[in-house]
Design a protein around this ligand. Structure first.
Ligand code: HAM
Length: 429
């Protein structure tokens, strides 16, 4: 028989028991922030119809062009593993008519996303995002600030204190065409120097020329015209108001004149979060840990009524890598553990029910009922770093007593079962 390939698919990872503390911490703080800022939880399927993303993210975006995992379902529908969640959420908002839940509606989510990328540091094919969206309201800069505020607070809860927000405005349908024209003129004058990808972007989606990561194109970018000089009065006022809210909140930001983001649904405000950190082996972590912006046209593009929307999402694997690099401790405070040890079949028979009674009283108790030798059970207790052992033998089972042994000093005493809970409370308080 051919040997089974046990490797996860390229760019996809298991999350093993020892790493769960990071995820538990993230979800705990995410839920807590969402609840204090009144974001409601939403979950959408991992599979969506391809058209949900094709129109909204843009036919020429990297994601739609080359990163989507597309499948044909049995009935011939083209389905994709979701590459992001904003378009799915707008789809769900429209499908279920969620405007009745509040206007604007504040939603949050977390889950796995899938992009067929070349895996590298912080870039995977399956990764997790957590995001906040405010949709279905007026185009009011206060909502941009509320999203950014919730995202900053989430990072602070995770003890990531040195995050910086890069922010820009890419204008709207009124002012962007004028800017695009200037950009095209600039790139036309230097076209011989740009990379192959940029030559294609130049024809298909000139704004994305500013998104090229190629070092030689980065240099060209520095001479390009900037969006902020070309905003209409409404976009300019909107952006100024967003920055004023951030100033009032004392949230740090950096104007990034060339930030455009890779998805077509954005208008006006766009932003990305960065953190300065280095891994133990000296690797600089220079990826965005989160990003977002306004997407005021998306609802209408997907068949709904025109209305404002803004949101942002974090990449959770990247956040964990940053937390590890910053040596942030997430280990929960260890509760003193009690280890249950049985000796003899007669005791074992009563053990499961007795352990259940102890657990129902709120104590952390462990056992290894599958092992019958005293030595093996004591070794397990030692491995778990247990504070007390409860030893339940034939004699104790017959007399309704149990031995409470302090594992630090070896002192033990026999306690009647009906007094056990009080005894444990006294010792563990
Ligand atoms: P995005 O910038 O494509 O935006 O992704 C958000 C974050 O997800 C990134 O900043 C990054 O941390 C993480 N991320 C993206 N791709 C990968 C990958 N291949 N591997 C690991 N992490 C990754 C969006 O997805 C928008 N939906 C955000 C948004 C919400 N805009 C408005 N609302």
């Amino acid at each position: 028989m051919a040997k089974l390939n046990l490797q996860t698919p390229k760019g996809m990872h298991d999350i093993l028991p020892q790493d769960q503390v990071w995820w538990d911490k993230i979800y705990k703080e995410l839920n807590s922030i969402a609840s204090s800022y009144h974001f409601l939880k939403i979950e959408t399927p991992a599979l969506e119809r391809a058209e949900v993303f094709e129109k909204s993210l843009g036919e020429t975006s990297d994601i739609v062009e080359k990163q989507m995992f597309v499948f044909k379902s049995g009935s011939g529908d083209r389905l994709v593993l979701r590459p992001e969640n904003t378009a799915s959420i707008v789809r769900a908002y429209l499908q279920h008519g969620l405007s009745h839940l509040g206007q604007p509606l504040k939603l949050f989510y977390s889950g796995q996303m899938f992009r067929k990328e070349q895996p590298q540091a912080g870039r995977f094919r399956q990764f997790h995002q957590a995001g906040f969206e405010i949709i279905g309201g007026d185009i009011d800069p206060v909502y941009d600030a509320q999203i950014i505020l919730a995202m900053f607070r989430f990072l602070e809860r995770l003890k990531i204190k040195n995050a910086v927000l890069n922010i820009n405005s890419i204008g709207c349908k009124i002012c962007r065409p004028g800017y695009r024209k200037k950009l095209v003129e600039y790139y036309k004058s230097i076209s011989s120097k740009s990379c192959g990808d940029c030559k294609r972007r130049f024809k298909e989606n000139p704004l994305r020329l500013l998104d090229c990561k190629n070092p030689q194109c980065q240099e060209l970018k520095s001479g390009a015209p900037i969006t902020l000089d070309n905003l209409c009065v409404i976009c300019s006022r909107h952006f100024k108001n967003v920055l004023e809210f951030l100033d009032e909140l004392r949230l740090p930001y950096r104007l990034d004149n060339h930030l455009v983001r890779g998805l077509d649904y954005y208008s006006k405000t766009v932003f990305e979060f960065f953190v300065d950190a280095e891994t133990e082996d000296g690797r600089k972590l220079d990826f965005a840990i989160g990003g977002g912006g306004r997407y005021d046209y998306l609802m209408e593009m997907m068949g709904g009524r025109s209305s404002g929307a803004v949101g942002g999402a974090f990449g959770l694997e990247r956040i964990i890598e940053i937390m590890k690099a910053l040596k942030i401790n997430v280990a929960p405070k260890a509760k003193p553990v009690i280890f249950f040890i049985h000796i003899s079949d007669a005791a074992k028979k009563k053990s499961l029910a007795l352990i259940e009674t102890i657990r129902n009283e709120g104590f952390e108790i462990m056992e290894s009922l599958g092992k019958d030798s005293l030595g093996a059970q004591l070794r397990s207790a030692d491995k778990e770093n247990a504070a007390y052992a409860l030893i339940f033998g034939q004699k104790e089972a017959f007399e309704d007593t149990i031995i409470v042994r302090d594992l630090k000093n070896g002192v033990q005493e026999t306690v009647p079962l009906k007094k056990l809970m009080n005894e444990l409370r006294k010792r563990l308080k």
